[in-house]
Design a protein around this ligand. Structure first.
Ligand code: FE
Length: 306
């Protein structure tokens, strides 16, 4: 603490402002509000933040709020939540399956539930065909029956359906029913990486600290099955120039499967295609759910097609 912030006057102000001296309200909320305020007061004092700087910063926060969903990954907060979740699981002695990594703000709920082997793109993007398949297994390596692989990814322009209204609803978004043998497969196109919206509040903030706002190409997944812990993860497309320079810090070494480029005429024809395609094999390992709540997706607010 600085001399001013540790003064009895400022300490009393923090207690009052966070309601700690009042009867009503929620105790935990009061403590959290007090800590955030105390850290803010100290930051202002330590860096001698001017009145102009403070009010412009407040305005920047207010105007930038629609992009807070991008600030969270961009400022490493979403990665930090994963680090904490991993550490808590480790401390509790829980075995881990496929590593988790951030969800990001671009999931849309309620995607069609389809059979394994389905095509999930609407054909409007002429990117290279991607066939991805694998098996959902438990920690002992046994296939998990009844698993659902909920997949979403961007197109070759780095845009996601729903948020990009030029695409059909749920383009490149599906919930895939794995077979009783845990096997899943889908056909789509190889996605591209993307960047935060140019000129938006995230972009302005990152530029102010000398950072870029780019993500390497990736595919998001929720993998769930009865009796198993819900998994939120992604795989990266190997070879992307930003593979290990992700502005959202979501890349994990275990989540970079090899991409096989299939150019053999037999393989192309067997898929009913007429051009080389990419193939990724990736198995998901689910940990057992310690309690029923662990099976479910978090209650984070998410978009839903109207
Ligand atoms: Fe993404």
């Amino acid at each position: 603490m600085t001399a001013i912030t540790e003064s009895s006057e400022v300490q009393a102000l923090l207690d009052k402002a966070s309601g700690l001296d009042a009867a009503g309200g929620d105790q935990r909320t009061k403590q959290i509000v007090r800590k955030i305020l105390a850290d803010l007061f100290e930051t202002i004092d330590r860096f001698d933040v001017s009145e102009d700087e403070f009010w412009h910063a407040l305005n920047f926060l207010a105007a930038g709020a629609p992009e807070f969903g991008l600030w969270a990954p961009g400022l490493g907060v979403e990665r930090f939540l994963d680090i904490r979740a991993d550490e808590k699981a480790r401390a509790a002695g829980e075995a881990q399956g496929t590593p988790r990594t951030i969800e990001g703000p671009l999931y849309v709920g309620g995607a069609p539930l389809v059979e394994s082997g389905s095509r999930i793109d609407d054909g409007s993007d002429v990117g290279e065909v991607l066939v991805m398949h694998g098996q959902v297994r438990d920690l002992a390596g046994r296939p998990v029956a009844g698993a659902v692989v909920d997949v979403w990814h961007a197109n070759t322009k780095g845009n996601y359906s729903y948020f990009d209204k030029t695409q059909s609803d749920y383009n490149m978004r599906r919930r895939i029913k794995a077979g009783d043998d845990g096997r899943y497969e889908f056909r789509s196109i190889v996605p591209s990486g993307y960047a935060v919206p140019p000129g938006g509040s995230t972009d302005q903030l990152l530029q102010a600290v000398g950072r870029h706002g780019k993500r390497p190409a990736h595919i998001h997944f929720f993998v769930s099955a009865p009796g198993h812990k819900h998994l939120t993860t992604q795989i990266n497309i190997d070879g992307d120039p930003y593979l290990r320079d992700d502005f959202a810090y979501a890349t994990r070494e275990e989540l970079i499967p090899p991409v096989a480029r299939r150019t053999e005429p037999d393989a192309i024809h067997a898929r009913g295609l007429n051009a080389p395609f990419s193939e990724i094999e990736f198995d998901f390992t689910l940990a057992p759910a310690a309690k029923q709540a662990d099976e479910a997706l978090s209650t984070r607010p998410r978009a839903l097609v109207a």
